[in-house]
Design a protein around this ligand. Structure first.
Ligand code: SF4
Length: 215
């Protein structure tokens, strides 16, 4: 804080506004026939909380906003749909160039292998946009970029479809998905809900209860 101005608050408000503009918006959280690909590629419990009882991420990083900003550009990809019976699975790649589906992820350092959730997401985009080749590009804090190319895989998409059906059913039954412990938990805003039990019992002392004074 400098003088009377709280610059932190101003910056947070600006980042919140950017996030609102760039995040994919779910029109009706109760609508279990409308499922976004990103909701089933990571922890579904987190996605469920995001739909019905959201806690905003306190510190929005550039990484959180990056994909959304690219998709807003004129050459960014549009939202696509894939029908699974009556369910509409919606997904958005970051870019589609020369028939190659591309997604970008910002990371502290270049990974040895792509994250499973990123593979699931990229593969899902390839099916949604009917493309056969995709690339995940990891952009590291030291300004290096590491691309991984992936070919479309039916078996992986069948697993995505299975997760879409499970998630859609849980929404219609108003059931919170089971825990999916992973490295994602460490930075998840719902960590306390998942792993910390509230101590409901109120502590009392026998001396207070029976009016016995300590000697
Ligand atoms: S803490 Fe882990 S299990 Fe719980 S919602 Fe977050 S990512 Fe999922």
């Amino acid at each position: 804080m400098m003088g009377d101005k709280d610059y932190n608050q101003t910056v947070n408000n600006a980042l919140d506004a950017l996030a609102r503009e760039t995040e994919l918006q779910i029109k009706d959280p109760q609508d279990n026939k409308d499922v976004f690909l990103h909701e089933v590629c990571g922890c579904m419990r987190r996605s469920y909380y995001d739909r019905f009882d959201k806690i905003e991420i306190q510190k929005k990083s550039f990484g959180n906003l990056f994909g959304g900003l690219i998709r807003k550009l004129p050459y960014g990809a549009k939202i696509g749909e894939f029908s699974i019976e009556e369910i509409k699975l919606k997904g958005q790649a970051d870019m589609i160039v020369d028939d190659i589906v591309m997604i970008f992820r910002t990371v502290p350092s270049a990974p040895e292998t792509p994250a499973a959730s990123d593979i699931l997401y990229l593969n899902g985009c390839m099916w949604i946009f009917n493309k056969t080749e995709g690339v995940i590009v990891y952009l590291a804090h030291d300004n290096t970029h590491t691309p991984f190319s992936v070919m479309r895989e039916k078996k992986i998409f069948e697993e995505t479809i299975r997760r879409v059906r499970v998630y859609s059913n849980l929404i219609s039954e108003k059931k919170v998905p089971i825990l999916e412990p992973s490295s994602e938990c460490a930075s998840c805003q719902y960590y306390e809900r998942c792993f910390m039990k509230k101590n409901e019992g109120k502590q009392f002392s026998l001396t207070e209860m029976f009016g016995v004074k300590k000697k």
